[in-house]
Each structure stands twice: as structure tokens, then as C-alpha cells.
Design a binder for this molecule. Structure first.
Ligand SMILES: Nc1ncnc2c1ncn2[C@@H]1O[C@H](COP(=O)(O)OP(=O)(O)OP(=O)(O)O)[C@@H](O)[C@H]1O
Ligand SMILES: [Mg+2]
Length: 290
């Protein structure tokens, strides 16, 4: 009698494929702030749920007050959620304070003055950034040569001559130069998640373009999972893997792949208007004019 097998023999030996968790998982996130009235609460994040795979470059766009910076603050740990949960690479970070995330997350803010310590030299700023890599109360001190080498390599990419000014106080730098230093410092820390909150918006167009280009190079080469807040929808559509459109504390669009790639800025704006019943804020329209 012929023996038959319904499945190949090897299937019994098959090793189950365990899917790696996404780099960022935000589930039902709610953040409220006291409003103007005595009992009134303002809902800055209204049950936000989103997953960001490892290595993805994500743009957060949307009108003023939509909740973009609040979402980054939740990831950074400078604010904690009122409801919901937040994981990095499968690890529950919901109630962990910011200093426990120092080795995992780096943030470049919009205001250049908030990103570097003005009274320290550029090199000293880098030394602090690199110490932050070790996490809480790091005892590991980096050798001066190692700091110089990393800082030199990271700064030379900007073509601003900053690598030859490392002994100067960071306070002597212009806004654009400070943002370049901040971006370079974030890169040498090699965080799992890089957060950029309108990091080019305080700069003149030429400097902003250079910083955007270097940002793309750094993000792509390092493979860091990146969440970038921007009002420039054209840049978001063209250069990132996913576009999250926020409005009044909610993610109203989550675009990726061919759907995102096929969209133009006017189509995105009209889709937004159709969806929420109002136009984008003046600032977003201005950032996309011309
Ligand atoms: N610390 C705070 N205290 C009180 N309200 C806050 C605080 N931070 C944010 N908010 C409010 O939460 C809402 C979302 O603010 P958020 O800064 O996240 O918006 P955004 O999308 O970053 O806007 P923009 O594009 O103007 O930067 C706004 O209504 C804002 O006024
Ligand atoms: Mg903001």
C-alpha cells in the first residue's frame, strides 16, 4: 500500500516565525491639559493608536495645536500619558521617566537655543551627548579623542566648517549652526528612536534645505526609526516612508507605500479638508506655498 503524506516531512521541524515588535507602538493614547474654564479639560491626544516599524522615517503633519509635539513628548518621556500605553521595541515605556529613556530616544527641538548648552564648547556638548548613550547616571566617560573623532565626522557632513570650531562656545553659533550641531549630536548617540520637532523651521531657506538633506542622509544610513514633525507636506510626501496627518488630537490619515507616493500636496490638502471639514492652518499652507 502506498503511503501518502498530507504535508512534507520537514513541516514538523518548522521553527515558528516570531515577528519582531514594531519599534514604536502607541495604543489608545490620551493626554489632557487643563483648559481655560475651571473644569474644562483640553484633549491634546484623543485615543491615538499607531505602530511604527523599525527603521521607518515618519512625518507628522497637521494644523497648529493638532497634538504633534505632545506625541513626541510622550515618546521622549517629558510628558506621561493619562490613558493608554506606549512601547519601544516591545518594552513597556508608558510610565518610565525621561531619564530612563535617554539611551533610547533623542530629540531635536524647533528652537536652536533649546538644543545645545550655550556656555559649553561644541566638543563638550558632544561629550555630554555621548555620555547620555550609556543611560541612567552613566559612569562611562569617553576619551577626548573618541569624542573629537565622532564630532568631527558628524559635523563635516554639513559643509558649514563646524568641525574646525569645536573648541568654541556653542553660544557663539547661529541658529542654523546650532541645529546642525544638535542633529549631529543626536546622530552620534545612535538612539533607537530619533525625534525631530520642526527642526528646520526656524532657519532661512538655504540652511533649512542643507539640514533637511543631511537629516535624510543620516536617517537613511543609520536606519534610525525617525518621527519628524514638519509643516512642509511636499517634503513629507517625497522623503519619508509614512505620513501621519493629525487633527485635534487624532491621527486622521496614515499614509504609506504606493498610496502615499501617488499623492500630491494639493490632493493631500483637499483630502484633509474633505475628511475633517476645515482647511489646513495658515502656517501649513504658508510652508507649502511656492
Ligand atoms: N504643557 C501644556 N499645557 C497646556 N496645554 C498644552 C500643553 N502642551 C500642549 N498643550 C495644548 O495641547 C494641544 C496640542 O498641542 P501641541 O503642542 O502638541 O500641538 P502641535 O501639533 O505641536 O502644534 P504646532 O504645529 O503649533 O506646534 C494644544 O491645544 C496646546 O495648546
Ligand atoms: Mg508643535
Amino acid at each position: 500500500m502506498l503511503q501518502t503524506f498530507s504535508e512534507p516531512k520537514t513541516s514538523k521541524m518548522a521553527i515558528p516565525i516570531v515577528k519582531a515588535p514594531p519599534m514604536v507602538r502607541i495604543s489608545n493614547a490620551v493626554k489632557r491639559f487643563p483648559g481655560l474654564g475651571r473644569k474644562e479639560m483640553l484633549v491634546a491626544l484623543d485615543h491615538v493608536t499607531v505602530e511604527i516599524p523599525r527603521g521607518e522615517f515618519v512625518a507628522l503633519i497637521g494644523s497648529n495645536g493638532a497634538g504633534k509635539s505632545t506625541l513626541l513628548s510622550i515618546v521622549m518621556g517629558t510628558m506621561l500619558l493619562d490613558e493608554g500605553s506606549f512601547h519601544i521595541a516591545g518594552e513597556d515605556m508608558t510610565n518610565r521617566p525621561s531619564w530612563e529613556r535617554a539611551s533610547k530616544v533623542a530629540l531635536v527641538r524647533q528652537n536652536p537655543e533649546h538644543n545645545v548648552l550655550a556656555t559649553l564648547s561644541i566638543e563638550e556638548n558632544f561629550a555630554l551627548a555621548m555620555m547620555g548613550r550609556a543611560g541612567r547616571f552613566p559612569l562611562k566617560r569617553y576619551k577626548r579623542e573618541a569624542v573629537r573623532h565622532a564630532a568631527h565626522a558628524a559635523l563635516s557632513r554639513f559643509g558649514m566648517g563646524l568641525e574646525s570650531r569645536m573648541a568654541e562656545a556653542a553660544g557663539t553659533l547661529s541658529g542654523g549652526q546650532r541645529q546642525a550641531v544638535a542633529m549631529a549630536m543626536a546622530a552620534v548617540r545612535e538612539p533607537q528612536v530619533l525625534l525631530l520637532d520642526e527642526h528646520t523651521s526656524a532657519l532661512d531657506p538655504k540652511r533649512a534645505r542643507v539640514l533637511r538633506e543631511v537629516t535624510e542622509q543620516v536617517v537613511r544610513e543609520s536606519g534610525m526609526t525617525t518621527m519628524m514633525v514638519t509643516h512642509d507636506m511636499g517634503h513629507a510626501l517625497a522623503e519619508t516612508d509614512r505620513v501621519l496627518m493629525m487633527h485635534r488630537g487624532r491621527i486622521v490619515m496614515n499614509l504609506s507605500g504606493t498610496e502615499k507616493n501617488a499623492l500630491t500636496v494639493p490632493e493631500l490638502a483637499s483630502r484633509f479638508e474633505h475628511l475633517v471639514g476645515e482647511a489646513l492652518s495658515d502656517r501649513t499652507i504658508l510652508a507649502n506655498a511656492g
